[in-house]
Design a protein around this ligand. Structure first.
Ligand code: ADE
Length: 223
């Protein structure tokens, strides 16, 4: 078993899950007038569901997570408040995953109070039923054991995070080359990626000062 249970998601799966969610909405007989994508994870599923339901109105709301004063847990909040009037409209919030459910709870609350739709429902691709404080009205998959869904739209971002995690926890190794670092992926995450992503992630981490490049080696800059 890898240290972090990770599922590498393909575009085909995204397409198929979006179709399942759309079918469930259609079968329920309910029709949204407007779709609200939670930024950024909800963008791609929202656009696909928009098409599959033939909905012409798509807006988005960014819910961000930033470190709280205590620097332990992250607090979530609306970054750019929505100023829209959804009176007489049925609205559907779309996100990729309901994990803690925090983003969805914040988005729902914000939309109810600011935009006042007639009805507001929620759709996600995944619902982690053992950790989410909210159950989406529509979802493609119920997940009972926590998994990190490595969606195609966070591929590089996640690999950057994965690199940081490995290097921070395997402190005995001060300098890494690409092959050694990439070779840790099966043990850590149970998945691997194209070399392009590893190269991009490393040059990003050099540009931010996380690594210093010395020949073929990347040395962690101690803080
Ligand atoms: N964002 C929040 N929780 C997540 C998870 N379990 N997988 C992918 N993205 C997430």
């Amino acid at each position: 078993m890898p240290k972090v249970n990770t599922k590498k998601v393909s575009w085909e799966e995204v397409e198929s899950w979006s179709r399942i969610v759309s079918d469930k909405i259609l079968e329920s007989g309910w029709r949204p007038d407007v779709i609200i994508a939670i930024s950024r994870g909800g963008y791609v599923p929202a656009r696909l569901i928009c098409d599959r339901l033939v909905v012409g109105e798509l807006v988005s709301l960014q819910v961000s997570h930033w470190p709280s004063a205590a620097q332990i847990a992250k607090e979530a909040g609306v970054k750019y408040p929505l100023e829209c009037d959804l009176n007489h409209k049925r609205a559907l919030i779309v996100d990729d995953i309901a994990d803690t459910g925090e983003s969805i709870i914040i988005a729902k609350d914000h939309i109810w109070t600011k935009c006042k739709p007639d009805e507001l429902r929620v759709a996600t691709l995944q619902w982690i039923s053992t950790s989410s404080k909210i159950k989406p009205d529509y979802y493609a998959e119920e997940v009972k054991e926590w998994v990190w869904y490595q969606y195609p739209w966070t591929r590089l971002e996640d690999i950057i995070g994965f690199f940081k995690r490995i290097v921070s926890e395997e402190k005995e190794n001060e300098s890494w080359d690409l092959e050694t670092l990439a070779g840790r992926f099966p043990e850590w995450f149970g998945v691997t990626f194209d070399r392009w992503y590893y190269e991009r992630a490393l040059s990003y981490l050099v540009s931010t000062g996380f690594f210093v490049k010395e020949g073929d080696m990347y040395r962690r800059v101690s803080k």
